[in-house]
Write a protein that binds this ligand. Structure first.
Ligand code: CP3
Length: 353
């Protein structure tokens, strides 16, 4: 067991005192970095990159060598789980993820099962390899998609704008969708527990599409399964608490009910004021966010001003992990990401006297 040299991120999630506000960026390893694109070419494709332990480790570390980030995140994808269920994941150039065998009919749902975790061994091997490569530099975050967000891709067969297929199922055959969500929740619980056993020191559950649901449907088809997963997670490893972060894009209206799902922290997109969010749920959970990733297209001065605004809105004391409100855009100038990271570190010190 190696010593953790920078535990600021874990301390902030547990609202323990810190010297400055820690930061990591959703999708911090990716196409906005030329070195990522070079490694991806060597791997052959995005999926082969995910499945190659050595190269997945390399791209996880790349953003840490450029920026003073306070956490690393496993390089993988949320869609590895439905892929292991046999749905046939592929990436059509310029079109995003797709499945050859989407889950749409009653027979498709009946055939669905929790995958053998051995099919996802490459992910757990990557976690162990990244921990060795980090050697205590910063903590490693493991992750998964939420049952509902995974179901969106599984039922639609890829990305979607209207979510007509899954919403038709939700309103016409809720029993079928519940069956899919039960299986997804069991799969995600096992998957995250394996990541924790392999060395993940915190985990984030991405509910990227929870925000497209109605208030009542969010509770019934997303939050309920998030709660079920969190209740089944191993919350301690290597003598340390393993914090859980729940990120629901578009979930700002539901913070109160989300704060009781058992998560240590809630991720915020850029649409809410983080100070108002702290007033609403800050006693229950830490908060992560919430810089608009598109604000990285502003000038360095504008980036610093926006950082200052978010830090002031949160105010003094621990419990804030700085992040983007969603993944970094592939056309972002990496120099601007550096301005962001350095500004968070420098400008946050007065808030941690
Ligand atoms: O944050 C990180 O650096 C870790 C890696 C990570 C990836 N995907 C790598 C990736 C994480 C945490 C994810 C999560 C993920 N994947 C989510 C949830 C977060 C979110 O963005 O809401 C979702 C919905 C997916 C599904 C997915 N995978 C999509 C929609 C795409 C296409 C995106 C695009 O910009 O074209 C992917 C592919 C993907 N996952 C890439 C990366 C770096 C781009 C692949 C490439 O190199 O071409």
């Amino acid at each position: 067991m190696t010593v953790l040299h920078n535990d600021t991120f874990l301390r902030a999630l547990l609202k323990q005192p810190v010297d400055y506000t820690p930061i990591w960026m959703m999708r911090q390893a990716g196409r906005y970095l030329s070195e990522y694109k070079a490694t991806r070419v060597r791997a052959g494709s995005f999926l082969e990159l995910c499945k190659n332990t050595e190269l997945a480790t390399e791209v996880t570390i790349q953003p840490l060598d450029r920026f003073a980030l306070d956490a690393a995140i496993l390089f993988s994808d949320i869609l590895t789980v439905p892929d292991a269920m046999g749905l046939g994941l592929y990436f059509a150039e310029g079109e995003g993820p797709k499945f050859t065998r989407p889950v749409q009919s009653e027979a498709d749902v009946a055939a669905l099962a929790v995958p053998d975790m051995d099919k996802l061994r490459y992910v757990f091997d990557a976690v162990a390899s990244i921990r060795r490569a980090l050697n205590g530099r910063v903590p490693l975050i493991g992750f998964s998609g939420s049952p509902f967000t995974l179901a969106c891709y599984m039922v639609e067969g890829g990305g979607s704008k209207e979510f007509r297929t899954i919403k038709s199922m939700l309103y016409a055959r809720p029993d079928l969708l519940h069956r899919i969500l039960e299986i997804n929740a069991a799969a995600v619980t096992a998957y995250l527990n394996e990541q924790i056993a392999a060395g993940a020191q915190a985990v984030q559950i991405f509910d990227s599409w929870g925000g497209v649901l109605s208030d009542a449907a969010f509770e019934e088809f997303s939050l309920r399964y998030l709660t079920q997963i969190i209740n089944g997670l191993q919350r301690e490893a290597e003598g340390q608490r393993v914090p859980v972060i729940v990120f629901v894009k578009g979930g700002g209206l539901w913070l109160e009910k989300m704060s009781t799902c058992g998560a240590d922290a809630l991720g915020l997109d850029w649409t809410c004021n983080i100070g108002a969010a702290r007033q609403r749920v800050g006693a229950q959970v830490a908060l992560q966010g919430n810089f608009d990733p598109m604000a990285l297209f502003g000038t360095p001065d504008a980036i610093e001003a926006e950082v200052a605004r978010i830090l002031a809105a949160y105010g003094s004391g621990s419990g804030h992990v700085f992040n983007l409100g969603h993944g970094i855009n592939q056309f972002t100038n990496p120099e601007h990401a550096k301005v962001l990271v350095d500004a968070v570190h420098r400008l946050s010190r007065p808030y941690h006297p």
